[in-house]
Ligand binder design. Sequence first.
Ligand SMILES: NC(=O)c1ccc[n+]([C@@H]2O[C@H](COP(=O)([O-])OP(=O)(O)OC[C@H]3O[C@@H](n4cnc5c(N)ncnc54)[C@H](OP(=O)(O)O)[C@@H]3O)[C@@H](O)[C@H]2O)c1
Length: 323
Amino acid sequence: MTKKIKWGIIGPGKIANKFAADLVISKDSVLYGVASRDLDKAKAFGEKYGATNCYSSYEQLAEDPEIDVIYIATPHVFHYENTMMCLKKGKAVLCEKPMGINSDQVEEMLQEAAKQKVFLMEAIWTRFIPATEKMLALLEQNAIGEVLFVHADFGFKGDGNLESRLLNKKLGGGSLLDIGIYPIYLSLLVLGIPTDIKAMARMTTTEVDSYCSMLFNYSNDSKAILESTIEAKTPTEACIYGSEGTIKLHSRFHHANKITLTQNGVEEVFDIDYKGNGYFHEIEEVNNCLRQGLTQSSKLPFTLSLDLIKLIDRVKNEIGLEY
Ligand SMILES: NC(=O)c1ccc[n+]([C@@H]2O[C@H](COP(=O)([O-])OP(=O)(O)OC[C@H]3O[C@@H](n4cnc5c(N)ncnc54)[C@H](OP(=O)(O)O)[C@@H]3O)[C@@H](O)[C@H]2O)c1
């Protein structure tokens, strides 16, 4: 029998809990270890998800020769430092989004992975959600003709805690990096890199964006109208409008389980479930890449993560957001 892929987790917070629950249902994976700055927290997390090895430092976990791949689930501003540390120790990494807080960081991270010849991927789980695959297949089949424009929004009401990672500038706060990345990613997947970007934001007293509205223009005259906010719950849907029809990714579009295709006024609904919390699919992708000895995923290659952060940098520049 093939040995299971042994995973380690750094930063057992909210998202790490959801991710670990999906590791448990992945037959090809085992949660081998977890590292927290607080050993008791690591032990409690380990007990919940069956990880027997707990560490009070991130370095200790990265130095464990048994571990095949490390999932980085710390706040955005630590992704660079945590990932670089793991890569330099020769460990494969799945790093939460955004991979870094600017393109310089991401470029260095990708270069380090290439130098060490180890696997690295940004945890954009959306790419591996079955509904996203269906959307791509419909576009490939030319089901809606030429794409004219894309609409996508992502909004929820944050708790207003100025110290939280959502609002704290030192932790990379703001809607753009946290959730604006999803509409931007969708636009990149569907339309590529825009020629022009216009963006407007509302800034908080902590000098991060609580609302960001973006308009992208492409060389073929297509458009993307994108929005992110932590001020209010918004539909969090995405629609791709084409010359011959429309594809709607139902809420929440970044892990949709329903797609509606409209052609000539006739609707066809596809119910497409994802497994577990939806992270299962990115876990399987990482495992498959590791088994094949790959250093990057062809579905979410280095170039895509770099293009994505470069786009985010352009939006940051438009709205005057600096970290
Ligand atoms: N893919 C998704 O669906 C999704 C959803 C939510 C968030 N995320 C991403 O996941 C990352 C973490 O988000 P989260 O909501 O899980 O955050 P969180 O609940 O605050 O957890 C972050 C963890 O990072 C560690 N950490 C290290 N240094 C820290 C510091 N100075 N301040 C706070 N925490 C620190 C903490 O673990 P220890 O103290 O135990 O070491 C903490 O548990 C973010 O980059 C976010 O973009 C992704």
